[in-house]
Design a protein around this ligand. Structure first.
Ligand code: UDP
Length: 486
């Protein structure tokens, strides 16, 4: 006799990089509240910073013992595959994934979008397969449209310069040169994989997106009306965001371990500090750029908290983490005497700030950001206005959404090259001192509440989580996966 477990088990298989792992763990926590059990699968790849992932997992396991982590056996590539990526390791892991799922009591799997190849494994096992999309609804709309656009164009985006490209889900065109590198060359392996990836997503049991209904109306409408995959049917889409750590914490929340940046902020007037941080790859900024930022900040006369480098992670509240980066030598990169001259009104951190807590601090009045999607959501939830300075990946697309549609950010115009000190000074002053800046800050302050409301009982994102669990139960009750298949 097969013993039926009380709870339906949902297996989540995230990309083990913090921008993906962290929101999927948060998704797991939301699902747990609705009577399912959660197992998160982890696989290892040398291109992934396992030390920091390990410490993150151990913190989550301690704080949330009802989330199980399971490590798939590690794999090794042939010794001649020097340029192997995390995806090459993932492909070798697929048979282990299949073994695990076959022996488990899983009723559904949630895959990171990058792991679309595993959709076939799920179908063989008759297991409903959902995808977790860690970026915006606008980007989902654009990428779902990619296979259609591919058939309409006969050139690569990289050869189209600033030609405007129109995607459903965006309020305006995007210059071809602002599209992510992985779609730049239509003959590349990466581009071809993207086309297949988004065709697969459309055929899954559902796409779970870290955004919320009232935030991205243009993309939601484009997706709902089928503009992104003309003539074909799209899987159900679940808007479950904003999934960020500590969502719902209000300003001045107390952290168990107080980071020096928070103590410093305690001494600053309300809404007076400009926070600058460039995400987990921040130290990729060239030294010449770091110097321009310093000069611009000094001339602006504003208070600032500036994270110069990338960072080995870190973590006051068990939430944020980054990849392992070399710390900058501040004396070598900053203009001579900068730290002394700005002492008291500015704090420079080499590598890491507890971003969610910083954004939630009452002293923070504006944010210069690289527009990573997790960061954008964190800023929106905290009600902080942004200066959008995108660096890579789909950050330039996020900038279009934040500036043109949400109107929660103003663009750093020189983002395609080295932004000079004059623009930095002018932008920061505009945000903190001008009437226009004041309006932008007031708009941002109001926007956070919509995100929190979406997650409360009866809110749109709360209801979407209920719907996911219900759809898993329905699939299970119609015997999509019967007990004798385990
Ligand atoms: N982060 C942080 N402190 C830092 C820099 C980044 O806590 O000094 C966190 C930030 O809160 C966010 C994540 O790292 O949750 C970055 O994710 P995002 O998607 O914004 O960008 P990326 O990983 O591409 O840099």
């Amino acid at each position: 006799m097969v013993c039926e477990r009380m709870e339906k088990e949902i297996v989540i298989f995230p990309l083990p990089a913090m921008g993906h792992l962290n929101p999927t763990v948060e998704l797991g926590k939301l699902l747990l509240r609705h009577g399912v059990s959660i197992t998160i699968l982890i696989y290892e790849s040398p291109s992934i910073d396992s030390k920091h992932i390990d410490s993150y997992i151990s913190r989550v396991s301690t704080a949330h013992p009802n989330i199980s982590f399971h490590r798939l056996p590690s794999v090794s590539l042939p010794s001649n595959s020097e340029s192997a990526t995390f995806l090459d390791h993932f492909h070798l892991t697929i048979p282990h994934l299949k073994d695990y799922l076959s022996a488990s009591s899983a009723r559904a799997i949630v895959l990171d979008v990058f792991f679309d190849d595993a959709l076939e494994v799920a179908s063989e096992l008759h297991l409903p397969c959902y995808f977790f999309f860690a970026s915006s609804a606008s980007n989902l709309a654009a990428f779902l449209y990619l296979p259609t656009l591919h058939n309409k164009l006969n050139a690569s985006f990289k050869d189209l310069g600033d030609t405007p490209i129109y995607f459903p889900g965006f309020p305006c065109s995007i210059p071809a040169s602002d599209l992510p590198i992985r779609v730049a060359d239509r003959s590349s392996k990466m581009y071809k994989a993207m086309i297949v990836q988004y065709e697969r997503l459309a055929k899954s049991a559902g796409i779970i997106v870290n955004s919320f209904k009232s935030l991205e109306p243009i993309a939601l409408q484009a997706i709902a009306e089928g503009d992104c995959i003309p003539g074909r049917t799209l899987a159900p889409v679940y808007w479950v965001g904003p999934i960020t750590a500590n969502v719902g914490r209000h300003k001045d929340s107390n952290n168990e371990l107080r980071h020096e940046s928070l103590s410093w902020l305690d001494g600053q007037p309300s809404g007076s500090v400009v926070f600058l941080s460039f995400g987990s790859m921040g130290s990729a900024l060239p030294e010449a750029q770091i110097r321009e930022i310093a000069v611009g900040l000094e001339r602006s006369g504003q208070r600032f908290l500036w994270v110069v480098g990338g960072a080995p992670l870190q973590v006051a509240n068990g939430s944020s983490v980054l990849t392992n980066m070399k710390e900058p030598d501040l004396d070598a990169v900053l203009p001579e005497g900068f730290l002394e001259r700005t002492e008291g009104r500015g704090l420079v951190l080499k590598s890491w700030a507890p971003q969610v807590a910083v954004l939630g601090h009452a002293a923070v009045g504006g944010f210069v950001t690289h527009c990573g999607w997790n960061t954008a959501l964190e800023s929106i939830v905290a009600g902080v206005a942004m200066i959008a300075w995108p660096l890579f990946a789909e950050q330039r697309m996020n900038k279009v959404f934040l500036v043109e549609e949400a109107k929660l950010a103003v663009e750093m115009r020189g983002y395609k090259g080295i932004v000079d000190a004059t623009e930095i000074e002018e932008r920061v002053r505009w945000l903190m001192e001008s009437e226009g800046g004041k309006e932008l800050r007031a708009r941002a302050a109001a926007a956070g509440e919509n995100g929190r409301a979406a997650l409360r009982k009866g809110g749109s994102s709360y209801n979407a989580i209920v719907e996911i669990v219900r759809s898993v139960r329905i699939a299970d009750s119609v015997g999509l996966r019967t007990s004798d298949e385990r």
